[in-house]
Design a binder for this molecule. Structure first.
Ligand code: F0G
Length: 457
């Protein structure tokens, strides 16, 4: 196997916390076993999210120093606008401060109560914004997505048969938009093939329904297309990305992922009427159309990040690190959602901890143990996130899978950091029977995983 290495060296460093087990035990108790409530300074390796957590390059920092902070029409905006126009080809580009702001503005403008939105899988804020507009969000991932162990390369695809039958069926006229999330974060970070995007676009066009990309990880999707889709092997990730954007009628983008910035996002659209309506709402709620809630320096750093992110050496290394960690995790005896993507690994906690029932949250139990054993922070994606219980704590709904996401921040951790994660998992897996479950004793009615308080059972 080809050995990859980081195509950059480290110029600025930041110390990370090295804590004792006693400190971590006390911290867990203090936050009632909710990892969102830890202070980041109590975490050694923070794999909670790959969003806004990347390391910026010297070129991005320099671009930021050049930022033009004029209220309207700044040089930074024009630089950003030119970069995004060349990348996406959309006729109208509106900056926004992050992905969910772009979603809110687009859906408020495009949707009316009673409508339906279809997607390969909605990310949770996307779903929330659809529902806040009075619409229903339906996920129709492809059939292969259901098999966590299958190594099929494009498990992020939408189910084309269900897309067709929904659009032709009794609810067809209520479908307002089809969202393609690339890569499919809610479905294990799996990519969408260009063939699937093309066919979806064709079906949408036939029914007069716009297809919009949720393009947060467009470069990682493009990289995987160049690896696994025969017709695209000779192309660069940049070429694939350009083509993908042009298959759609527009996009919403969280640049906190594949813009490699700490804050930023945008909306891209071809429809001038829709763009004008979005612009009005943008000005009222985010900021003037040439800054959209961002500083000039943010726009400049985003423009530079959007160019760096499709560099083949960067993407090759990112894929290599993910597969390096995946090897360590499998060797530790822990199964992952296969195949590993680029932005995260999803651990199969349900399989590792069969003695913990869903309503005692095996994913959460593994996440807490990862912190206790190794100071590693991760995110549960299981029944704490998706399940429901009645007042007596009896389960009424559980998640389809009990997963833990290890998100990989861009350009931040090295292989030795990830080896620490592998060793920690190995110790946990050897002693899996000793991992215990949790019970919620206080929770909020929506998005409970962010705020729930738990205790061990
Ligand atoms: N779409 C996708 C696919 C995402 O993964 C996210 C964020 C958003 C939209 C929203 O963007 O955070 O800039 O408002 N995902 C982060 C994560 C939070 O950890 O996966 P945002």
């Amino acid at each position: 196997a080809r050995i990859c290495m980081e195509p950059y060296r480290i110029k600025v460093v930041e110390p990370i916390a090295l804590t004792t087990r006693e400190q971590r035990e006390a911290a867990l108790e203090r936050v009632h076993y909710n990892l969102f409530d830890l202070r980041a300074e109590e975490v050694t390796i923070d794999l909670l999210s790959d969003s806004g957590t990347g390391a910026i390059s010297a070129a991005q920092l320099a671009a930021g120093m050049e930022g033009d902070e004029s209220y309207a029409g700044s040089r930074s905006f024009y630089r950003f606008h030119e970069t995004v126009t060349e990348l996406t080809g959309y006729r109208h580009i509106l900056p926004a401060h992050q992905g969910r702001a772009a979603e809110r503005i687009l859906f408020n403008t495009l949707l009316e109560p009673g409508g339906i939105v279809l997607a390969n899988t909605h990310f949770d804020t996307t779903r929330a914004n659809v529902e806040l507009s009075g619409c229903q969000a339906h996920d129709i991932p492809c059939v292969e997505a259901r098999d966590l162990d299958s190594e099929r390369p494009f498990k992020g695809n939408i189910d084309l048969d269900r897309l067709r039958s929904t659009l032709e069926g009794p609810d067809g006229s209520r479908v307002r938009v089809v969202i393609m999330t690339i890569t499919n974060n809610g479905g294990g970070g799996q990519p969408v093939s260009m063939e699937n995007l093309k066919q979806t676009a064709e079906i949408c066009r036939r029914h007069g329904v716009p297809m919009i990309l949720d393009a947060a990880r467009f470069a990682e999707n493009a990289w995987l297309v160049t690896r696994h889709e025969e017709a695209y092997r000779g192309l660069t990730p940049r070429q694939v990305a350009e083509e993908a954007f042009r298959l759609a009628d527009g996009c919403v983008m969280s640049a906190k992922k594949d813009g490699i910035v700490h804050i930023g996002g945008f909306i891209g659209l071809n429809d001038p009427e829709l763009a004008e309506k979005c612009e009005r709402l943008l000005i009222a709620t985010e900021g003037f159309a040439t800054y959209g809630g961002l500083a000039g320096r943010d726009l400049d750093m985003m423009a530079t990040g959007l160019l760096e992110v499709t560099e083949p050496a960067y993407l090759a290394e990112r894929a290599d690190v993910a597969s390096h960690l995946a090897d360590r995790v499998r060797a530790a005896g822990v199964d992952i959602l296969e195949p590993p993507g680029l932005h995260a690994l999803y651990l199969n906690a349900g399989r590792l901890l069969p003695h913990i029932p869903p309503h005692h949250y095996p994913g959460h139990a593994l996440a807490c143990r990862l912190y206790l054993e190794g100071g590693i922070r991760s995110a549960e994606l299981g029944s704490l996130y998706l399940g429901e219980e009645d007042e007596d704590g009896n389960p009424t709904k559980s998640a389809p899978y009990e997963l833990v996401r290890l998100a990989l921040p861009r350009r931040v951790y090295t292989r030795s950091h990830y080896d620490h994660v592998g060793r920690t998992l190995e110790r946990i897996a050897k002693n899996a029977a000793s991992v215990h479950g949790y019970r919620i004793f206080e929770q909020s009615p929506i998005l409970r995983h962010f705020r729930a308080k738990l205790q061990p059972v």
